[in-house]
Design a protein around this ligand. Structure first.
Ligand code: BV8
Ligand code: ZN
Length: 236
């Protein structure tokens, strides 16, 4: 741990990439875990534009259920440790695949939500986008301005990542000296390729995950533990 801590302490540009595992200890189910969000329904049949076009109400039932599951969850020590190390670094970026908003709640500011945010809604007619934490009684929710159907402000399979967020992520991966990959199964592209991008350029890559992932073998250090425990130790 001390070697990895020194890499983090001594580097100028630090990048952190997180997945659902970082929110697990806040009580947010992961996607592919035993109690995962996706155990209930096949995400590939819901988290797509086609599914939404075919049955917006059914897709919204799943998102409403997830929003209510996430609503009462608080950031954990892992989120707080990431927000704390950000304040100590000149050059820092958090790239998160998480849509739950817990990193921002923990104080992270230099961050990109590459898969969007479940608390944001976008009108499919007038395109207006805003954060809306209401409990929807009627599904699908409607736009207050034009009456159009609102969609969740997340990135579905087959949709491109938000251009600005993806651009900032790729730029940081090209210059960071250390990349910490925490709580992701590294199965969803393009984020699944981010560790290899940083590694190819000579960055030190550190993984924090209780389980092995497809990127474990390219990491310079691997901590097989829970992020709420390992990240405070690593960044402290
Ligand atoms: C795109 C938002 C192109 C919605 C999500 C065939 C091969 C390869 C790729 C593809 C393919 N066919 C299609 C693709 C591309 C596709 C893709 O990758 N598919 C996969 C399934 C094969 N990708 C896309 O479509 C992306 N877009 O490529 O666009 C394009 C370009 C131009 C124009 C048009 C199109 C868009 C992908 C975004 C999909 N949206 N979510 C929603 O939430 O409903 S993805 C979803 O999975 C979540 O966002 C999540 O973040 C993401 C990854 O999951 P993880 O975060 O890793 O979570 P998971 O549960 O899997 O793992 C948890 C991990 O934590 C585990 O490792 C576990 O061990 C660990 N853990 C558990 N507890 C802890 C812990 N770790 C630490 N501490 C703990 N306590
Ligand atoms: Zn509208």
């Amino acid at each position: 741990m001390n070697i990895a801590k020194s890499w983090i302490r001594d580097c100028r540009s630090l990048c952190v990439l997180t997945g659902a595992g970082v929110s697990a200890e806040s009580g947010v189910p992961t996607f592919r875990g035993p109690d995962g969000f996706w155990k209930r329904r096949d995400p590939m049949s819901l988290a797509t534009p086609e599914a939404f076009a075919a049955d917006p109400e059914e897709v919204w039932e799943w998102y409403r259920w997830r929003r209510e599951k996430i609503r009462g969850c608080e950031p954990n020590a892992g989120h707080l440790a990431i927000a704390a190390i950000e304040r100590q670094k000149t050059d820092f970026l958090l790239i998160t695949q998480n849509v739950d908003g817990l990193h921002r709640a923990a104080g992270s500011r230099r961050m990109v939500e590459i898969h969007g945010n479940i608390w944001v809604v976008r009108c499919t007619s007038c395109r207006r986008e805003r954060e809306d934490r209401s409990r929807y009684d009627v599904l699908p929710p409607r736009c207050g301005s034009c009456g159009g159907i609102l969609r969740p402000g997340v990135v579905w399979f087959g949709e491109a990542l938000p251009r600005e967020a993806a651009g900032a992520a790729e730029e940081m991966l090209r210059r960071c000296e250390v990349l910490v990959v925490a709580g992701t199964s590294a199965l969803v592209a393009p984020a699944s390729g981010y560790a290899a991008v940083a590694k190819r350029r000579g960055a030190r890559v550190i993984e924090v995950n209780p389980d092995e992932t497809p990127v474990s073998e390219l990491c310079d250090a691997v901590f097989r533990g829970r992020s709420a425990e390992v990240l405070p130790a690593l960044f402290g």
